[in-house]
Design a protein around this ligand. Structure first.
Ligand code: ADP
Length: 192
């Protein structure tokens, strides 16, 4: 089993690249953003709680997303590998993920970190907001809050995995194909 974290700030292209990576390698895609939006659509208690945080551009509490990921892992016992997208987003989430994977006798193979400048991120997110139907993409202040949360809490995830020498940076600007090829080359080196 080979598990990947696709890491990077909001708007760095994790969703786009995840779709391609799962269809090429057959990973099970676990996106906490998608899981949370599905809870919101179903109006579950978890979704209603999460929405308050997401609408402000703040992170949802660790215990909520960790519980969600734990169930998702249990629901896919036959997966040949997981691609984590938008998770972990704090050091506590990283530690919890490592423990959950250890219980399943597996671990993170590599953290692929997409590198994109801040101005490009804001531009992409505002652009995505025109069509995505995501309210957190239409307001520049909420977008900036998400980037602040990223610097305050989420960049620690890269530091955490650097201790284990698992982080590889990939340039997240250029064409979707170029970025995809760069990601595949890192994965292939580790799979062979
Ligand atoms: P983006 O990467 O563009 O911010 P996501 O879909 O990954 O989009 O996340 C949308 C929102 O969902 C985040 O701003 C945050 O409020 C919440 N969220 C998603 N994943 C997590 C997580 N692992 N921990 C806490 N909050 C999360």
């Amino acid at each position: 089993m080979f598990n990947i974290i696709l890491f990077g700030p909001p708007g760095s292209g994790k969703g786009t690249q995840s779709e391609r990576l799962i269809s090429k390698y057959g990973f099970k895609h676990l996106s906490t953003g998608d899981l949370l939006r599905s809870e919101i659509a179903k109006q579950t208690p978890l979704g209603i709680e999460a929405k308050n945080f997401m609408d402000k551009g703040h992170l949802v509490p660790d215990e909520v997303v960790i519980g969600m990921i734990s169930s998702a892992l249990d629901n896919h016992p036959d997966a040949k590998g997981f691609l984590f997208d938008g998770f972990p987003r704090t050091e506590a989430q990283s530690q919890a993920l490592d423990k959950l994977l250890k219980l399943k006798n597996t671990q993170i193979g590599v953290v692929l970190a997409l590198d994109v400048t801040e101005e490009e991120l804001v531009k992409r997110l505002l652009n995505r907001g025109l069509t995505s139907g995501r309210s957190d993409d239409t307001n520049e202040e909420i977008i900036r809050n998400r980037i602040v949360e990223y610097h305050k809490k989420t960049s620690a995830v890269a530091d955490y995995y650097k201790q284990f020498d698992k982080v590889v940076y990939v340039k997240g600007e250029g064409s979707v194909d170029e970025i995809f090829d760069a990601l595949c080359s890192e994965i292939d080196q580790r799979l062979s």
